[in-house]
Ligand binder design. Structure first.
Ligand code: CA2
Length: 149
């Protein structure tokens, strides 16, 4: 029997305080709500998910590096590091896995500095502005992509 696909779900800085402020931008769901939603969708699709959230760039790099050989795909919201981190971009390239970049808000409708994401250039798919549903769509996209290997 083949093993279920494994998807690493990576959340960057400040996403641990989701749902406590700025609901007009990020919605009312907490990170735990978001993870429960992703887990439900993953179960329905028959894929495994592992969650990592960190406020520290190096910890995110470590988790992404470990995914090489351990996971089959990466769903990532790099949060503020999207706009600054060459290190996260390089780690994603190193992982050599399908990458789906997701943002809760539409970064292109916000401040200029959020319009550029260093990660988008190494992501296979990018979705911004669909809220928590974007994470579910990301898991579904990755499940299909992995199954098509
Ligand atoms: O829209 C997204 O998903 C972002 O990646 C979220 C980041 C932001 O820096 C990106 O530009 C877009 C912010 C993560 C959460 O930040 C909070 C700030 C205040 C209250 C709660 C969360």
């Amino acid at each position: 029997m083949t093993q279920p696909a494994r998807i690493l779900v990576v959340n960057g800085p400040n996403l641990n305080v989701l749902g406590t402020r700025n609901p007009e931008v990020y919605g009312a769901e907490t990170l735990a709500d978001l993870e429960a939603r992703v887990r439900r969708r993953a179960e329905a699709l028959g894929v495994e998910v592992e969650f990592v959230q960190s406020n520290h760039e190096g910890e995110l790099v470590d988790a992404i590096q470990r995914a090489r050989g351990e996971a089959d795909g990466i769903l990532i919201n790099p949060a503020a590091y999207s706009h600054t981190s060459v290190a996260i971009r390089d780690a994603l390239e190193y992982a050599e896995l399908p990458v789906f970049e997701v943002h809760l808000s539409n970064i292109h409708r916000r401040e200029e500095f959020r319009h550029r994401s260093f990660v988008s250039g190494v992501a296979d798919a990018v979705l911004a502005g669909a809220g928590p549903l974007g994470y579910e769509l990301g898991v579904e996209w990755l499940a299909e992509r992995i199954a098509a290997r």
